[in-house]
Structure formats: C-alpha cells, structure tokens
Write a protein that binds this ligand. Structure first.
Ligand code: NHR
Ligand code: GAR
Length: 215
C-alpha cells in the first residue's frame, strides 16, 4: 500500500495561539481536506477575544482562554498551561502565533512533540519584529522556519524553511503578508510529516524518515 492510502490514526493535537489564527485556519483546512491525519482536541489562547478562537469555534473545536495576566510568575502560568494541555492527552503541541516565551520546565515536558513557526530564516532574527529587522538590515530575502521547540528561544532544530524576496520599498506589513502565504503552506506540511511518524527529534536533531534535516 502506498503512504497515502495507509490508514493512520489521527494525531491528537493541541494548538496554542495568541491572535488572528490564520496558521490555525490553514491547519484546520488541511485536516478537513484529508491532507493531514490529525485531530485538533483544543485551541488554547492566552488572549481573550482573538479571531483565532472564533475560527476554532466555527469548526466546533474546543477552545480555552488562559490569560498569563492572572499569574504571578512565568512558572505558574506555564504550569497551568501544561495542566490545560495535558487534559487533552496531546501527542503534538503546535505553537501558531503564540506570543509568550515558555520556561525550560515546560519545553522539556513537550520536547520532541512541540513545533513552532517563526517568521524569519532562522538562525537569523530570533525573537520579535523580524520583518522590520530584515528590511532595516537591507536583506534581499526573508522567510519562515518551522522548528521543534526547545528551551532556547527560536533555537530548536529546524524542520523546513520557505524564502520570499524582499522588494524595493517593502513595508513590514507587505512583507509579512508574503511570508504568511508561505507559512500557510509549510506548517501543514510539517505537521503532516509529524502526524505520519516521519518527522522526529532524535538526539537534538530534526529527522525526516530517519535522515537529519539540514537546511
Ligand atoms: N519558548 C521557548 N522556550 N522556545 C521557543 O522556541 C519559543 C518559546 C515561546 C514562543 C514563539 C516565538 C516566535 O516564533 C515561541 C518560541 C514570543 C516572544 C516574546 O518575546 C518571542 C518569541 C516567540 C514568541 N514574547 C514576549 C514575552 O515576554 C511577549 C510579547 C507579546 O506578548 O506580544 O513572553 O517568535
Ligand atoms: C505568524 O506570522 C507567525 O509566524 C508569527 O505570528 C504570526 C501569527 O499569525 N509568530 C510569531 O511571531 C511568534 N512569536 P496567525 O495568528 O495569523 O497565525
């Protein structure tokens, strides 16, 4: 039987968001099109009222809001977030525009089963405001990276990247739009690899079908 016809058990997935959730939407769309064998058990946001929550609800996906503001420390917030995720027995945790830095205790708990999408060609431009930083540096290309999450911010092993050109007179907003289109293509692809058991983190390296991914 070919890979596409082999039945695969749906990978139990929890998605963390903080905002618009357009990546979440791309993941939902890919799941519904039968392209990726996942089941989204919950969408959790640290911000109330964001569009991503409405997108999940429109597909009858369970949503939770856990505001970081009610906690006195990052450890306390992350501990509550972990309890919230683990109720759903997640096999995969997907950060999709999630905007809180996570503590080492949290990242260790999900090591090898948590992915992030970061809008830069890592290791360039870790952290925030990546589009403006790439423009200000005079770069001619920019892009996006999917990586496994480790304690080191945006420092975990990379899984896939996509590049986009930076055009004359680009604004951060225009560039972000161009990058987002690539995000919506590569994130479902990477999640599909993981769900099919093809993508694994082994000895700190991202591996596809047992081969180290080198970008
Ligand atoms: N945590 C760890 N340990 N490792 C990673 O690789 C992480 C992570 C948490 C989030 C996403 C990340 C990105 O792709 C991510 C990767 C938020 C910040 C940040 O500075 C930085 C990077 C990322 C997400 N957040 C501020 C904070 O104090 C809050 C900013 C805000 O609320 O707008 O947590 O870029
Ligand atoms: C995306 O560009 C994502 O790469 C980025 O935020 C946007 C979220 O969009 N993530 C980060 O910057 C993480 N710090 P979305 O909510 O529409 O998916």
């Amino acid at each position: 039987m070919s890979e596409t016809t082999t039945p695969v058990k749906a990978c139990r997935t929890v998605v963390l968001i903080s905002g618009s959730g357009s990546n979440l939407q791309a993941i939902i769309d890919a799941q519904q099109a039968g392209e990726i064998p996942i089941s989204i058990k919950a969408v959790i946001s640290n911000k109330d009222g964001v569009k991503g929550l409405a997108r999940a609800q429109a597909h009858n996906i369970t949503t939770e809001v856990l505001s970081h503001k009610g906690f006195e420390s990052r450890d306390a917030f992350d501990s509550a977030l972990k309890d919230c995720i683990d109720k759903y027995q997640a096999e995969l945790v997907v950060l999709a525009g999630f905007m809180r830095i996570l503590t080492p205790g949290f990242t260790t708990h999900y090591l090898g089963r948590m992915l992030n999408i970061h809008p830069s060609l890592l290791p360039k431009y870790q952290g925030l405001h990546t589009h403006q930083r790439a423009i200000d540096a005079g770069d001619t290309e920019h892009g996006v990276t999917v990586h496994f999450v480790t304690a080191e911010l945006d420092g975990g092993p990379a899984v896939i990247q996509a590049k986009v050109p930076i055009q004359q007179g680009d604004t951060a907003e225009r560039l972000a739009e161009r990058v987002l289109r690539e995000e919506h293509r590569i994130y479902p692809l990477a999640i599909g690899w993981f769900a099919r058991g093809r993508l694994k983190m082994i000895e700190g390296k991202a591996c596809l079908d047992g081969e180290e991914i080198r970008l």
